[in-house]
Design a protein around this ligand. Sequence first.
Ligand code: UDP
Length: 255
Amino acid sequence: MREKRRARRADILGVEIDALTPQEALIEIARLVRAGTGHQVVTVNPEFMMAARRDREFADVLRHADLALADGMGLLWASRILGCPLKERVAGVEVVLGLAALCAQQGFSLFLLGAAPGVAEEAARVLQDANPGLKIVGTYSGSPRAEEEDMICDLIRKARPSILLVAFGAPQQDKWIRRNLSRTGVPVAMGVGGAFDFISGRARRAPGWMRRIGLEWLYRLCRQPWRWRRMLALPQFAWLVWRARLTGKKSPQDC
Ligand code: UDP
């Protein structure tokens, strides 16, 4: 699993994140597709890190992922404070857009699982319009409930996608992938959170300038105020990073 990974990784509060640019992340995913079945990609942000401290199953998922991408400016900031700098943010939605182009070029196929009914289909149409020849071999809304797992795995196995994208929200989507990865037979599966909502146009992303200065979380909070509880993870994360730095628990040699 993780030992197959080649890229340099930054250890942030015990979670290893791959130091890759978005382009390098796509190259790495293509390598995993060619390597065969059973690879999991996670797109980590500070909320994931804090959730993993309370949830051993989720922590295990992050530890065993074949590729852990830095989907949050908070991780880049933390990596600098802790002396293991990451290269760039690798936003999940941008990975999905890049993957669609890569799949069209290389003849890989996608399966879109999750989001509200109809959203994955709309996202699939947008991706295919932008990438002529892109093969999307299935879409299904479904849910992460245990009763549906057999049926969903069957659907995916029969469709034989190269890459499975799962939008059940974290941590459910990432746990779902870990439980079912081998049963689906897919080479690569990745949790994508709200990516289908953004790509289909059902939800709007923060303007570019807000994303560039790391304020996407503020935009989402204004549009979806019910997220305030989840956002409490951000100051907690910042405090833990500073504490690790001040108590010298991390040093550049540990990178
Ligand atoms: N979702 C789903 N089934 C569930 C819970 C969530 O399909 O039981 C979908 C939801 O419709 C949305 C995505 O999962 O499309 C999660 O979006 P969110 O913005 O919460 O994810 P984040 O990017 O914050 O992880």
